[in-house]
Design a binder for this molecule. Structure first.
Ligand code: FAD
Length: 550
């Protein structure tokens, strides 16, 4: 296994101290999946790369998706065959690069009386989907009878169930995928700074020759020289383009998507289901350990992208859809345990509604040489990166060769195949049992950190608490402080461990210990214990408590 390299507060401080004295081949603005993918591709081709993220890595859309590596079945309806083929085939590639983090997830598409899809259309659609994505063997779609569908998912409404399509997708953790890509990039000399904003550009003879940056922790400002600059700022792409010149040509169209998290006992689906909402849109219900999450909405967003939050009407829309499909469950706002809301950075097309807008990516190059990329999917990050970096290297002197990320396994993912991941999980399970921890913990560790779980177990043995949950939490935290540039508890709770979405109980119980440990480790961080605890409590309210009606 390739070991993670140090990626800590100290690493960041040293990099920032020297950032003005180097000249980079490429500066990437934006530390979501798009920017991370570009940074890994470029650095692995031999470019000297710096990535800037104004908040935490993956704090934009790349921690707020449905967390599927999927071909986008519904894009078939829009006749977007090229998109379906590209992202469909990419699924298997990304699974191979990180089999612990991109895991097979069979989907059930129920056919119900008066539903959007009939049996033949579904059968043909799924067949085309398999063909475009080159799905083979056992993973190819099956059409199920009503009885078979009901066996797979007993919660489906038996009286109106006509059958189901059953097909293969993959589930992931978007923020972890982003961080593992960045950590892998460090092995190719990539430098990546979170809490560092690109505030403007440097020019030589009218061409961009660098960026002005601001360290959001200390307020210090620096100038960074770079031969090329890529804007991968997701929903902020147009804002960054405006800092360069007036926007020419196409612009962004932001749409908001909300997900809700319920205790699994309240929505006890046995498996992932992709079903109709009353307005004909499609919704996912995905079981994940102790919870089930449901999403998503798709509505126009014209507010401030820094302030996107779920609203009660978003939640009500999803509750109505779930309660209608699974008629034995009666979910209420009070049942919501957590939630998240994200923005799709799509390309505007006149007269199209949010769900009709294409998910294709596009590259814009300004007269001054700023390369911006928008649109696209989490699933297609590697191909998007390849297209952008091809444009970058075409502008640089020298010969950098072709993209090779198809062969670069991500950190934590050095497994031959998914069978090995399963065997690893089994061995983790027996080790954890002796420490008083259960199978869910083994799942969490294996699918979050992969092989790096061994390092976390080692650190767990050094913890003195009698409480195994707390020992594990502190070991995870210390691992992420050393190797994943955690600076604020929310970096850890939301984007490194996903606990704020999928294990809120542990956040409520232990967040004070986490804050204390982060401040003990990095005493010069510019926030106080009280401020941090207020930030966490605000987030707990925003994501969960806010919906409670009592
Ligand atoms: P972001 O993740 O938003 O990253 C951009 C980053 O740039 C941000 O972190 C921001 O802080 C930073 N930034 C902005 N301005 C500056 C600046 N001046 N200086 C430095 N940094 C800056 N795709 C799938 O494949 N599968 C799915 O299941 C799926 N589900 C989705 C569900 C929803 C609700 C949504 C909204 C999207 C979904 N997508 C899915 C699409 C996918 O999530 C996005 O395409 C992808 O995450 C976009 O990543 P990004 O890096 O372009 O943007």
């Amino acid at each position: 296994m390739i070991s993670p390299l140090e990626f800590s507060y100290t690493t960041r401080k040293n990099w920032l101290q020297n950032v003005g004295s180097d000249t980079y081949d490429l500066v990437v603005i934006g530390g979501g999946i798009t920017g991370a993918g570009i940074a890994l591709d470029a650095s692995s081709r031999g470019l000297k790369v710096l990535l800037l993220e104004k908040n935490d890595f993956a704090s934009g859309t790349s921690s707020k998706s449905t967390k599927l590596i999927h071909g986008g079945l519904r894009y078939l309806k829009q006749m977007d065959f090229l998109l379906v083929r590209e992202v469909g085939t990419e699924r298997a590639v990304v699974h191979r690069l990180a089999p612990h983090l991109v895991i097979p997830e069979k989907m059930l598409l129920p056919l119900i009386e008066d539903g959007t899809y009939g049996k033949w259309l579904t059968s043909i659609g799924l067949k085309v989907y398999d063909l475009l994505a080159q799905v083979e063997g056992e993973d190819q779609r099956k059409m199920l009878s009503a009885e078979e569908a009901s066996q797979k998912e007993p919660l489906l409404p038996k009286t109106i169930l006509k059958g189901a399509g059953y097909y293969a997708e993959y589930r992931t953790d978007d923020a972890r995928l982003t961080i593992e890509i960045l950590k892998t990039g460090l092995h190719y000399e990539l430098k990546a700074l979170n809490y560092t904003m690109a505030t403007g550009f440097l020019y030589t003879n009218g061409r961009i020759s660098g960026v002005r940056i601001k360290d959001m922790l200390s307020g210090s400002e620096h100038e960074v020289k770079s031969r090329c600059v890529v804007n991968a700022a997701g929903p902020w792409v147009d804002e960054v383009r405006t800092r360069n010149n007036r926007i020419q040509g196409k612009s962004l169209h932001l749409t908001k998507g909300v997900h809700l998290v319920f205790p699994h006992a309240k929505l006890p689906v046995k498996q992932a289901v992709y079903f109709d909402a009353p307005d004909g849109r499609m919704i996912f219900a995905i079981p994940r350990g102790l919870i089930t999450y449901v999403g998503t909405t798709d509505t126009n967003f014209t507010g401030d992208p820094d302030k996107v939050a779920p609203q009660r009407e978003d939640a009500q829309y999803l509750l109505d859809a779930v309660n209608r499909m699974f008629d034995a469950v009666h979910l209420k706002l009070d049942d919501i345990e957590s939630s998240w809301a994200g923005l799709r950075p799509l390309i505007h097309e006149e007269g199209k509604s949010p769900s009709e807008l294409s998910r294709k990516d596009e590259i814009f190059i300004s007269d001054s040489g700023l390369i911006s990329i928008a649109g696209g999917k989490l699933t297609g990050y590697r191909k998007m990166a390849e297209r952008v970096v091809n444009k970058v290297v075409a502008r640089l002197p020298g010969n950098y060769g072709a993209c090779k990320t198809e062969t670069i396994s991500l950190l934590g993912g050095s497994f031959q195949n998914y069978q090995e991941v399963k065997a690893f999980k089994k061995s983790l399970e027996s080790q954890l049992k002796t420490m008083g921890l259960d199978r869910d913990t083994a799942n969490h560790l294996a699918h979050t950190y992969g092989k790096q779980s061994d390092e976390i177990l080692k650190r767990m043995e050094e913890e003195s608490s009698n409480n195994p949950q707390l020992r594990l939490l502190l070991a995870e935290l210390k691992f992420t402080l050393a190797y994943e540039l955690v600076l604020h508890p929310l970096d850890f709770l939301i984007r490194r461990s996903s606990r704020m979405y999928f294990h809120m109980e542990s956040v409520r119980r232990y967040h004070r210990e986490i804050t204390r440990e982060i401040l003990r480790e990095n005493s010069s961080l510019p926030w106080s214990n009280d401020e941090i605890n207020k930030d966490i409590e605000k987030e707990i309210t925003l994501l969960g408590e806010f919906y409670k009606t009592h």
